[in-house]
Each structure stands twice: as C-alpha cells, then as structure tokens.
Design a protein around this ligand. Structure first.
Ligand code: NAD
Length: 485
C-alpha cells in the first residue's frame, strides 16, 4: 500500500497523539483521488477511544511545558511553523491537489494562506491583553484573557489547510491544546501540517490529530466532556448536531456553516473590474466553497451585457485533472457529484446561459462536472435558495436597490455579499443592510483575508474566526477585582 506522506517521514495511516504517531484503534480508511477514482493510500479510522486518548494528551500538555509557555514562546513557535510551511509549499500543494481535487494553483494559494495564518498569529500572540477598569475607590480591577483549555476542531474537506490555519493555529496562539478531526475525504495535509508543527517545536500534546468518520471520531470529539470549546466548519445538519452535543457539556461552539452568497451588480458598476470575480468566486474549487458567490443579482440596465460577458467567460472555462491545473478540477466524490447533479435536474425549467468544457480524454473514474450558469432565475427557485456546493451559478435580474436587498437577504443563509457600484452612498447603505458576516464593495473575498473576521449570520453559523476576533473566541475573559482600600 502506498504511503502518500512518505516525503514528510510519517505514515498516513497513523494518528498523532501526545507527540507520537501511532495506529488508530478503529483501523484504516481508503483515500480516493477524485481526479481519477484511483487510490491515494490509506488513512487512520480514529474512533472514540482515540479521541479519549487525544483529549487526555491535550490535558496533559496544558499541565506541562505547553501550559507554562509564554505568549512570546508561542508566537516564535508559530513563526517557525510559518517558515516550514513555505519550505514545504510545493509538496503540500501537490498533496492537497491530489487529495481534494483542487487545481494546483489554487492548492498553492491555500498553502500560502496557511503560512500567512501562522505568521499573523505568531505576531498576534503577545499583543492580545486584558484591560484595567475604572471602579469604586479602593479597588483595582483588571481583566485576564485566558485559553479555554482543550479545544476541538472539526473541519471539512474543501479547504483543509485554510481552515486549520484560521481555527487550530488561532487556538494555539491563545495557548489552548488542540484536538483536530479532519475530514475523512481529505486529511493528508492536516497530517503533514501536524508533523511540521512538531518539528517547529510545538510541545507534545499541543496538537493532536485523529482522522476518522464523522459519526465516530467527529461525534466523539463534539460531545467529549474534556473539551472546553468546539470549532466546527461544515454543513448545517452536522453543525446542529455538534452544537447539541456540546450543549450537554455547556461549552461554547463556533459554527462556520454554509452559504448562498450574492454579488449585487448595479447599472453603474465597473463591469471590467467585476467580471473575473463574478465568475471566479462562483467556480473556485469547483464551487465547493462555503463563501461561493452562487447568486449574481444584476440590475436590468446592464443585464444583457453582463449575461453575455458571463456566457463568454464560461465558454472559456476548462475542467480537468487537478494536478494539470485547469480552471476546475473534479468534485470531491461520487456522492457530491450526485448531489449536484440532482440540483441540476431541478433546473430543467430554467434558461441555461452557458457551460464550461471538459478537456479531452478526462480520466474515466474522476468526478467531473462542467460549470453551469442559468439566467433569468426567480429568487425563490430551489437553485437560487439552496446551497448546491458545486460549480453552478444563477443570475437573477432586479429593478432597484430595495428589490436587490430583499432578494440578497431572502435566503436562510448570510455569509458573504458584494456590492458592485460606483455610488458611494449606495455602497454605505448596502454595507449596513445586507445580512452577511462579510460585505465587500467592488471586490469579493479580498484574496482570503487572513486578517479579516469571518463568519455568518442565520444558518451560515455564529462566532467569528480569522483576524484578532478569532483570538477572543478561543479565550475567555476573567475579571479580577482587588480591594486594597
Ligand atoms: P459535513 O458537515 O458533512 O462534515 C464536516 C466535518 O464534520 C467532517 O470532518 C466530518 O467528518 C464531520 N462530521 C460529520 N458528521 C459528524 C457528526 N455527527 N459529529 C461530528 N462531526 C461530524 O460537511 P461537508 O460535506 O464535509 O462540508 C460541506 C459543508 O461545509 C457545506 O455546507 C459548506 O458550506 C460548509 N463549509 C463552511 C465553511 C465556512 O467557513 N462557513 C467552510 C467550508 C465548508
């Protein structure tokens, strides 16, 4: 059996617990290459027993060197890790491309983002502090920001490195000891990253990694009585179950869930500037992106022009094996492909504007789908309401600002939105009125924006990761009141 992590000197079938790589109690799982359906090797099938051991090792780390580490030491460790991630950039990008089916250039961007998270939180570690509070005479009152203790991190398969960066790295910055449950579909870079963290000098038990099936390892972590905070990124259904389990232990949860994000393009928009992001933000990672701009709301005065340019853009898109670095790779699995195809069949009553094209001779076992855009879609149509999580965009016409806001806010999600307009007053009005965790003006996504707090409203979740805000989420505030007379 091949070992895809040989170049990192570790066995892909192992879990990391207490600084030691070892076999999991639950055996192994096969890893598929989504580009051709072939096997990439095996990973561990961690179970509740492994999660118990991982939580115990994290608790032990808090009582040992890691728990005594200063903010400066943690920052330096993350800085070394950032450098090591970049030293292994090509190997990590290749691994992610094979495992997730992500075009190589996009996988490379994820590596750079992971290194940048390490760099950002390295710098932030000794700059987060409490306050002194004015109070009654004879008192000195101050606040201390303290780690929660053991934090659990359950991440999906679509952006493993970026999500580990914004979640695990931020938790480590605050001095928590972490247990990571990566997704069973794609966890190879999570394991490689953990090995680099050990080499960068992170003490044993500060990061533990237990791959495995959601209902086994994931559920065991979400409901573990030894975990003091759960960070979950994934679907609404699983997030709801995770929050329910965590509630049994009365611990806080960050939920980063799905989206049906909209870009609003007004008659006065700079269409040339918008065009690459209108399409790019919808089809990046084959549309398997929580913040995918899956709805394009276009004002009627420029509707025909925008539709025609989008159609041209789509016609030039190519789909092929991830490692060959086309515009789109395959979807992650046969299951995901069938979910998206089901949605497409619900669009049979819609006007198909354009599709992309497959490259010649696609590998037969790959899970490929050409990107598809529909126009003149009603705001209430299933394809305009539900998260498809595939390369499908809908274009919805609107007449005026009020209608645009009503459509944009008219789903159960609220993750990201964008306003394309040259009118400064409109930009300011809409930034306030759009129901989303992030609003971009004449931009979308800000190239990942490591520094920018990210999260949702409504069914897109709650809590914020990225930037300094993540550090508040991964810590609790203690108030100390000293009566000295
Ligand atoms: P998912 O919910 O099926 O799985 C996510 C993770 O949860 C995986 O590690 C999985 O093993 C684990 N899991 C599954 N069942 C579990 C359970 N019962 N208890 C605990 N853990 C369990 O989601 P998915 O299909 O892998 O990912 C797609 C979803 O993730 C989409 O809805 C997407 O929008 C969302 N997502 C959101 C963000 C964000 O930042 N908001 C980012 C990426 C993905």
């Amino acid at each position: 059996m091949s070992n895809p992590l040989k170049s990192f000197g570790i066995d892909s079938r192992h879990v990391l617990i207490g600084g030691q790589w070892r076999a999991a109690s639950g055996g192994t799982l096969e890893v598929e290459n989504p580009s051709d359906g072939g096997s990439l090797g095996e990973i561990a099938r961690g179970n509740a027993q492994d999660i118990d051991a991982a939580v115990a090792s994290a608790q032990a780390a808090l009582s040992a060197e890691w728990g005594r580490s200063t903010a400066v030491e943690r920052g330096r460790c993350l800085a070394r890790l950032s450098t090591m991630v970049m030293e292994h950039a090509d190997a990590l990008a290749r691994l992610e491309s094979l495992d997730v089916g992500k075009p190589l250039t996009q996988a490379h961007r994820d590596v750079v983002a992971l290194a940048r998270y390490c760099e950002f939180y390295a710098g932030a570690a000794d700059k987060i502090h409490g306050e002194t509070l004015p109070f009654m005479e004879g008192y000195t009152v101050y606040t201390l920001r303290e780690p929660h203790g053991v934090t659990g991190h359950i991440v999906p398969w679509n952006y493993p490195m970026q999500i580990i960066g914004r979640s695990v790295v931020a938790a480590l910055c605050m001095g928590n000891a972490t247990v990571l449950k990566p997704a069973e579909e794609a966890c190879l870079t999570a394991l490689a990253f953990a090995e680099l963290a050990c080499r960068a000098g992170l003490p044993a038990g500060a990061i533990n990694v237990v791959p495995g099936v959601g209902m086994e390892a994931g559920a065991a972590l979400a409901g573990h009585a030894g975990v003091q905070h759960v960070s979950f990124t994934g679907s609404v259904a699983t997030g709801t179950a995770v929050q329910r389990s965590a509630a049994e232990n009365v611990v806080p949860v960050t939920l980063e869930l799905g989206g049906k994000s909209a870009q609003l393009i007004f008659d006065d928009a700079d269409i040339d500037a918008a065009m690459p992001l209108l399409v790019g933000a919808g089809i990046q990672n084959a549309g398997q992106t929580c913040s995918a701009a899956s709805r394009l709301l276009v004002q009627r005065g420029i509707y025909d022009v925008v539709c025609s340019r989008i159609a041209q853009h789509y016609a030039a898109l190519r789909v092929g094996p991830a490692i060959d670095d086309h515009d789109l790779g395959p979807l992650i699995s046969a299951r995901q492909l069938s979910i998206v195809e089901d949605y497409l069949s619900q669009g049979s009553d819609l006007e198909l504007l354009a599709t992309g094209q497959p490259v010649e001779s696609l590998p037969a076992g790959g899970h490929y789908l050409v990107p598809t855009v529909f126009c003149d879609v009603g705001a209430e149509h299933a394809l305009a309401q539900q998260e498809i999580f595939g390369p499908v965009q809908v274009i919805i016409p609107f007449d005026d600002e009020l209608e645009a806001i009503a459509i944009a806010n008219g789903t159960e999600y609220g993750l990201v939105a964008a306003v394309w307009s040259r009118d400064g007053s409109r930009q300011m009005r809409l930034a306030r009125q759009l129901a989303a965790g992030q609003v971009f003006v004449n931009d979308y996504g800000a190239a990942g924006g490591v520094e920018l707090p990210f999260g949702g409203v409504g069914k897109s979740g709650h809590g914020r990761e990225k930037g300094f805000e993540a550090l508040y989420g991964f810590s609790s505030l203690k108030t100390v009141a000293v009566r000295h007379g």
